[in-house]
Structure formats: structure tokens, C-alpha cells
Design a protein around this ligand. Structure first.
Ligand code: LLP
Length: 447
């Protein structure tokens, strides 16, 4: 369940009205729903309950400690990719034995810090990194737990910028090299080979790539298992789809059904690294309309959020559903809540539609507009040629599905202080990150 709904023409996050939140905390404002985080986490946990599984939330998708804390309380582990993310998980009191550390460029300092924290394992992305971990662990008098991240050369059919499991991508180790590493593992006395890891890309809207990759990985484990390479864990990565537009998104159950048989076949415990599917629909970005401009050719609605607050449309041409927080025309729930949408946009339904935009809202009085931000780049556009109710200066617009790779990719471009973030819990809201000030903006700089 997502806990965003329209009640008498007004948008609510759980029990809080979006307008009241914007009034109190200003805009642009990220608004997170705790209940949505809880529901999504529990749904994934349930889907994987038939095997021992660590749900390692992918911190890069949403790294604010207010959200990490909710997930830690629910029992989540964490997938991290930097010393900064390690520090964040430590700050919320995460269990290091449920923390896995991936990334192609771990620094010596990252490796030392993570070893000192006794994390569950490093997901190693190259032979050279493995050698480095061996040397650092030897120096520290430790044995470093590692998994090899395999690049299975499987196409996840996702955006070119977010696909990771093809041989032309920088991620992971090919099977031939992995095989050599495993056969020679005895020369690395300070590493312990705990598992294999594979992450194919994000978001992945069918389960086939998981099956294709995991079949190869499970076979590799069965062929290479030895006393020095016991492969206790199979890490299937993240990448589950999120409904942004009118995709058919497999349920958590369907992803789990694709993945679990291979963990069983390989005799491994499972690790999964979901990010987007937990937090994506758990937040909206609220933004206020600054100006309306009709240039005789197009209607532009300029809002006070920019690509520095939410870069996905500019970077990946990503579609985010937008709608005013107050509107006589209430959008159908399947357009902005994933639970309704999953039932509505089934693969069968989409296949039988011919060229119709299933997201087009059929209502009188809508106007076609581009929703743009204030940043000096044409790519600073949240929505192109969208049919929306006519808007005025001062009105609030909600940009939906903004929880994943939203604030975590925000920047200060154009010297814009970053937005505030609030966490709604029923009918209360808490600031989990205050709005940046101009002093914050220049902190650390010298003349
Ligand atoms: N594990 C690894 C090794 C990853 O690289 C990622 C995401 C995940 C797990 C989590 O994937 P998720 O469950 O969130 O799909 N900025 C892009 C997405 C980049 C994904 C990077 N890796 C976007 O906004 O679409």
C-alpha cells in the first residue's frame, strides 16, 4: 500500500495534508510516508520468507538517516557503496553483520573502516580489488569476508545508464576470471570467500534476466565449491521495478519466485538489495508554482524545484506523475499509487492497448503544459506536454514516486540550497533534514 491519497480534492500523506506541510516547512519539500516504507519492507520480507534472506536496503537510493532508521528498526540490513554510506548506517546503529559493501572503486580508507566495523562482506568487483583487500586485511591482522560480484553478461533491458550486468559495463568480474580467482584462493589467506553476488541493473521490469543470470551463478557455485570457497551466500542484488508510468511491474512475490529456486539449488542463504521498490513510492516532492508563461507556442509552468532537487527526468528522461495538491479533478488512484496500478497495468492489459496513453486523464478543462524548474538548462524539465488542471502562481504541485534516487542525487547546482525532508507518521510530521541555508551552501569554502 502507498499512503498517498486525495480526499475531497486535497492530497494527503497518511493523515497529513500536503498543503499544510508545505505551508509549515516551505518548498521544495520531500515528504516521506513511514507506513509506506513499512508496508513495502514487510512485503519484500514476506516474499522471501521461505529461505534465510538478508534484506539489505540499498542506501544509495535514499540515504537520509531518518529513513534508514525506520528500515533498521524493521530489521533491514544495508547495501553500501562508500565510506559515507558506511558512516550513515553506523549512525543509525545498523547491524554490521547485515551490511554488504559494493562498488568498483573502494578506497583503502573505505576498506579499512569497513573491516574495523566488522561488516558481513565486501562485494568485490575486480581481481585488483581483491588483492588490495587481501593486503589491507593482512596488515590489520584480519580475515576479510568477500563475495565476488559476477558480471554475467545478461541484458536487463533497462535504461542504458542504469544497466550493469553486460560485459561492456564496468561492474563485476567475468566467469573465467572468477573461476581463476576461486581456484587460486589459497594464495589469499586473509580473505574468506563467502559468496557470489550479481546485480543486473535498475529498474528491471521482467523476471527473466534474474533467472538467466542466477542460473549461471548457481551452476558456477556448484562447480567451484570447496573448503576454501564455501559460498554460504548468494546475493541477487536489487533492481525491482517501480511503477512510474504504465509499465507492468512484477510483484515482490514474482521476483522472489524467480530468485529463490537458484539459492536453493546452490545451497546458499540469500541476500537481496532492494532500494527503489521500497522507497520510490514512499515520497513525493512538493513544489510551488512560481510563474506561468505562454510563449504562443507552449505553456510553461515554472516551479520552485529544479533538477538539482530531482534529477531523474533530466538524466534519464524519467517520467514522474505530477498533479496539483488541490484539484477538483482527482486523478485515478492507479496513476499515483503502486498498489492500485499493479492491478490496473497488467501485462495483458497493456498488450491489448493500441497506442493509447493509459496515463492520459480524461477530464474537461485540462491544459497542456511543460512543468519546468528554475535552473539554467533546458533539461530542467519535470514533465513535457502534460495535461494538467490549469494552475496559478502559488499553487502546489506534487511530483510523485520521488523517494528513490530523489534527494540522494540532489545537488547544489546553481547554488541552490537543498530541500527540506519530512517524515510523516500518521497525523504527525517530523523534519528529518532541515532546509539548507545560504551559510550551509558556502560552508567549507575559503576566500
Ligand atoms: N545493488 C547494487 C549493486 C546497485 O548498484 C543498485 C543500484 C542496487 C542494489 C539497488 O537497485 P534498486 O533496487 O534501487 O533498483 N539513479 C538511477 C538508478 C541507479 C541504480 C544504481 N544501482 C535512477 O534514478 O533510476
Amino acid at each position: 500500500m502507498d499512503h498517498f491519497s486525495y480526499n475531497q480534492g486535497r492530497l494527503f500523506c497518511e493523515g497529513m495534508s500536503a498543503d499544510a506541510l508545505a505551508e509549515q516547512y516551505g518548498t521544495p519539500l520531500y515528504v516521506y510516508s513511514r507506513k509506506t516504507l513499512e508496508d513495502k519492507y514487510r512485503a519484500i520480507k514476506k516474499a522471501f520468507e521461505s529461505v534465510q534472506t538478508i534484506i539489505a536496503f540499498s542506501v544509495k537510493s535514499c540515504s537520509i538517516i531518518g529513513v534508514l532508521n525506520v528500515l533498521r528498526e524493521l530489521g533491514a540490513g544495508f547495501d553500501i557503496v562508500s565510506g559515507g554510506e558506511l558512516a550513515r548506517t553506523m549512525r543509525v546503529g545498523a547491524d554490521p553483520r547485515k551490511t554488504v559493501f559494493a562498488g568498483v572503486g573502494k578506497t583503502d580508507e573505505d576498506i579499512r573502516d569497513a573491516l574495523a566495523q566488522d561488516i558481513l562482506m565486501f562485494n568485490v568487483e575486480s581481481e585488483a580489488e581483491l588483492d588490495n583487500i587481501q593486503n589491507i586485511a593482512a596488515d590489520m591482522g584480519m580475515v576479510a569476508p568477500v563475495a565476488l560480484r559476477i558480471n554475467p553478461d545478461v541484458d536487463a533491458n533497462t535504461h542504458a545508464k542504469t544497466t550493469t550486468g553486460k560485459k561492456e559495463n564496468k561492474f563485476g568480474i567475468d566467469f573465467a576470471t572468477a573461476s581463476r580467482i576461486v581456484r587460486n584462493i589459497a594464495v589469499q589467506p586473509n580473505v574468506r570467500l563467502l559468496g557470489l553476488d550479481v546485480h543486473l541493473g535498475s529498474p528491471i521490469y521482467t523476471t527473466t534476466p534474474y533467472r538467466d543470470a542466477l542460473e549461471k551463478v548457481a551452476d558456477f557455485i556448484l562447480e567451484h565449491r570447496s573448503p576454501r570457497a564455501q559460498f554460504e551466500y548468494l546475493n541477487a542484488g536489487g533492481g525491482y521495478g517501480l511503477l512510474y508510468r504504465d509499465q507492468a511491474v512484477p510483484s515482490f512475490q514474482e521476483y522472489a519466485e524467480a530468485i529463490i529456486p537458484y539459492a536453493k539449488k546452490a545451497g546458499c542463504k540469500l541476500i537481496v538489495e532492494p532500494g527503489r521498490s521500497i522507497v520510490g513510492n514512499a515520497a513525493v516532492l512538493l513544489t510551488r508554482v512560481l510563474y506561468i508563461k505562454d510563449n504562443g507556442h507552449k505553456l510553461f509552468t515554472t516551479v520552485d524545484a529544479g533538477m538539482n532537487d530531482l534529477i531523474r527526468p533530466a538524466m534519464y528522461d524519467a517520467y514522474h506523475f505530477c498533479w496539483p495538491t488541490r484539484s477538483a479533478t482527482v486523478p485515478p488512484a492507479h496513476l499515483f499509487t503502486s498498489s492500485d496500478a499493479v492491478a490496473y497495468f497488467t501485462r495483458e492489459a497493456l498488450e491489448t492497448q493500441t497506442g493509447t496513453n493509459t496515463r492520459e486523464i480524461q477530464a474537461d478543462g485540462l491544459v497542456m503544459t511543460d512543468v519546468v524548474g528554475p535552473i539554467c538548462e533546458s533539461s530542467d524539465t519535470f514533465a513535457k506536454a502534460r495535461r494538467l488542471p490549469p494552475m496559478q502562481r502559488g499553487q502546489l504541485l506534487a511530483i510523485f514516486s520521488a523517494g528513490a534516487y530523489g534527494f540522494s542525487m540532489a545537488s547544489n547546482y546553481n547554488s541552490r540550497p537543498r530541500a527540506a525532508e519530512v517524515l510523516v507518521e500518521g497525523d504527525t510530521a517530523r523534519v528529518i533534514r532541515r532546509r539548507e541555508t545560504l551559510d550551509d551552501l558556502m560552508a567549507g569554502e575559503t576566500v
